[in-house]
Design a protein around this ligand. Structure first.
Ligand code: AHR
Length: 512
């Protein structure tokens, strides 16, 4: 492979505003995420504020997460929100059917979730129960959260300690309704979606943003048939859906911490194929909704490795290496480059589950390499994505996962992993370029070439590791962390940035 790779940036060719919601997160009642990842209870010896861990809040606050989806996942379609309000001692003990039949004490419910969102400065997003709930139950939850009036439900919220409405805008109508949410077909779901949606009213100027269940990965037929049914089955009901949310897990290759170089490339190729998911579903949606009034969301995404030895299978606990960080970076760069097609994306999941930002154990909390990618990519949020052309070498066609990658593209083309992939955005005349060197062993010199503008100087920050398996542990929590910023001078509209093998970089500076 050539050791010089080039990204050409065209600051005068805007794509669209990068929706801040692309950097969202997901927290399900699953394994060790909520208990004890967020909630330890007010009587715990673990430092907490009204039951919520202080270390987790302190770690998450600086990321300014735009949105947090809760309470599931599969859990959501078995969750009855009334179980989680009122005095905690009186809340019912339930069974978490989807995740190991674990006891669910309901100590973390609506009020606690809102308190957590406020503590970390994020916007709540609720997933409603369609699979085992009713339109009335979901409509009541909306009213309980959002009504400023004097209805019984608003008064009940006040009696439970919240005088002011919670102002919850984002509401999903079921989760994976094609699977754990009820094994429905798209036409049946379209009918149920409209029925449930009918009873989700706007209260106190809080407009409900209803999110319909989208497809698993490349099941194009779900998107096509749902959109068709919503538009053409007797009534056109398209106005009822504000978004459609697909799921895409790139999965694994090897295990979380043990993999060969070939498996490294295989997993990153599968991660890069999220581009096909974004373009493919949007292309189908455009056939029914050319004005893009229904936005596309990737509601769950990330790696899914075999569960760590010694942990229960149902808890989906996994370590997180520099490879997972590269998966996150590649995905964000895809989202930025397609900022005109995608509105929100929520990685799975926040703490201790799948590709998490944090791992917690007893009174300790560490940041994963993926956490640092969230930090690094912050300047893109709300900026204008501009064209970024990767004139870089193809280094993998997916290997063992070639067919998998091909399937993720509607037109079965375009897939493949480049030596360097990246994206660029502009805010207040400052350019932000992010890129991932996907090669497991080869360092590169990245040439960032500007067209129609110059970048005389840039501040460069890297996320790199001394080994492709590097990760943070409770004994070595800072092994993979961001470098100190370095100032790099540009010349002749070109900036040269060194990228170690398997690394991520951000270059930021004022455009001239
Ligand atoms: O994120 C774990 C699970 O994956 C979610 O509960 C479900 O929606 C998906 O299948």
């Amino acid at each position: 492979m050539d050791t010089i790779q080039r990204l050409t940036i065209l600051p005068n060719e805007p794509i669209a505003t990068v929706s801040p919601y692309l950097y969202g997160q997901f927290a399900e009642h699953l394994g060790e995420l909520v208990y004890p990842g967020i909630w330890v209870g007010p009587d715990s010896v673990i430092p907490n504020t009204n039951g919520i861990r202080n270390d987790v809040v302190a770690a998450l606050k600086p990321l300014h997460l735009p949105v947090l989806r809760w309470p599931g996942g599969c859990f959501a379609d078995g969750y009855h929100w009334r179980d989680g309000i009122g005095p905690r001692a009186q809340r019912p003990m339930r069974i978490n059917y989807w995740w190991g039949m674990a006891p669910e004490p309901n100590h973390f419910g609506t009020h606690e979730f809102i308190a957590f969102c406020r503590a970390i400065g994020t916007e709540p997003y609720f997933t409603g129960n369609v699979g085992s709930g009713s339109p009335k139950e979901l409509g009541d939850w909306v009213e309980y959260c959002n009504s400023a009036g004097n209805s019984n439900l608003a008064e009940e919220r006040r009696a439970n300690g919240a005088d002011q409405p919670f102002g919850v805008k984002f509401w999903a109508v079921g989760n994976e309704s094609w699977g754990c949410g009820g094994w429905m077909d798209p036409e049946y779901y379209a009918s149920l979606f409209s029925q449930f949606r009918t009873f989700m009213f706007d209260h106190s100027n809080i407009k409900v943003h209803a999110i319909a269940c989208g497809a698993p990965d490349c099941h194009w037929d779900w998107t096509r048939r749902f959109m068709d049914a919503l538009k053409n089955r007797f009534w056109n009901r398209q106005h009822m859906a504000q978004s459609l949310a697909a799921h895409y897990y790139c999965g694994t290759a090897g295990t979380a911490t043990e993999y060969t170089e070939a498996q490294w490339l295989e997993l990153l190729s599968k991660a890069a194929a999220i581009e096909g998911i974004v373009t493919g579903h949007r292309q189908i949606m455009d056939q029914f909704d050319p004005e893009r009034k229904i936005s596309l969301i990737i509601d769950e995404w990330g790696t899914w490795h075999p569960v760590e030895a010694g942990k229960p299978n149902s808890g989906l606990y996994q370590q997180n290496t520099i490879r997972d960080a590269c998966v996150a970076a590649l995905s964000f760069d895809v989202f930025n480059n397609h900022a005109d097609k995608i509105f929100m994306a929520n990685m799975a999941q926040l703490i201790n589950v799948l590709q998490s930002l944090l791992l917690v154990q007893e009174d300790r909390c560490i940041k994963t390499p993926t956490y640092h990618v969230w930090d690094l990519y912050q300047p893109h949020k709300g900026a204008t994505a501009v064209r970024c052309v990767a004139e870089t070498e193809m280094i993998s066609d997916g290997g063992e996962a070639k067919e998998f990658c091909r399937r993720m593209y509607l037109d079965k083309s375009g897939f493949g992993l480049r030596a360097v992939q990246g994206s660029a955005s502009v805010k207040d005349s400052r350019l932000c370029v992010t890129a991932c060197n996907t090669h497991p062993t080869q360092p590169v010199e990245l040439e960032i070439r500007l067209v129609g503008a110059a970048l005389p100087q840039a501040e460069v920050v890297r996320l790199a590791a001394d080994d492709i398996h590097a990760h943070n542990t409770f004994d070595q929590p800072e092994r993979v962390t961001l470098s100190a910023p370095e100032l790099v001078e540009g010349r002749d509209r070109t900036l040269r940035v060194l990228m170690p093998a398997a690394s991520i970089v951000r270059a930021q500076g004022a455009l001239m």
